[in-house]
Design a protein. Structure first.
Length: 154
C-alpha cells in the first residue's frame, strides 16, 4: 500500500530576492543558483528565458553560467554575451548557452560584478534577431547567496 503513495515533493528553498535576481537551492539533486529574467521579457518567447549562475556540488560544478534563450537558436549562429565593453562567445545548443569552460565562467561572473547590465544576442531558428538584456543590480549578492548555500551543505 505504501508503494502506491506518491513520493513526497521536495521543496525549492528561496535563499533571497535581490532586486531583479533571486537565489534558490534544490535538495535533489543538490544545486544552488542565482537567476533572473530579461528586462521587458518579449511576448513572442517560446518559453521563459533566464540567466542563471549554478553550483552543483555532487557534480563538482561551481558557478556555471547558463543562459536560456527565448527561442531556439539558428544552428551555427554565434551566441554573444556582452557585459560592459567585454564580449564573450558562448557555446550553445537549442535554446541554451554556456561559457566554454570554467575559466570563462569566472571571467563572466567577475564582469557581472562590475557592470550594470548585460546583453545576450544570436539569431533564432527562423532567422530573426534575438536580443535579451539583463540588469545586474543584485546579481552579485544572489550569486554569493547561492554559492554559500551549497558550500555550507557540501
Amino acid at each position: 500500500m505504501l508503494a502506491a503513495l506518491p513520493a513526497p515533493t521536495v521543496a525549492r528553498e528561496t535563499l533571497g530576492l535581490f532586486e531583479g535576481w533571486g537565489a534558490f537551492s534544490d535538495p535533489r539533486p543538490r544545486r544552488c543558483y542565482a537567476v533572473a529574467e530579461p528586462v521587458g521579457r518579449p511576448r513572442d518567447a517560446a518559453w521563459r528565458p533566464f540567466a542563471a549562475i549554478s553550483t552543483w556540488p555532487t557534480r563538482g560544478v561551481r558557478s556555471q553560467v547558463n543562459i536560456r534563450l527565448r527561442k531556439a537558436k539558428l544552428p551555427g549562429a554565434p551566441v554573444l554575451l556582452t557585459i560592459g565593453d567585454v564580449r564573450f562567445a558562448l557555446v550553445a545548443g537549442g535554446a541554451d548557452a554556456w561559457a566554454p569552460n570554467a575559466a570563462i565562467d569566472a571571467r563572466i561572473i567577475a564582469a557581472m560584478r562590475n557592470a550594470a547590465s548585460m546583453r545576450v544576442e544570436t539569431r533564432a531558428r527562423d532567422g530573426s534577431r534575438l536580443v535579451d538584456g539583463y540588469l545586474l543590480h543584485g546579481a552579485a549578492t544572489a550569486i554569493d547567496a547561492a554559492t554559500l548555500a551549497c558550500a555550507r551543505s557540501g
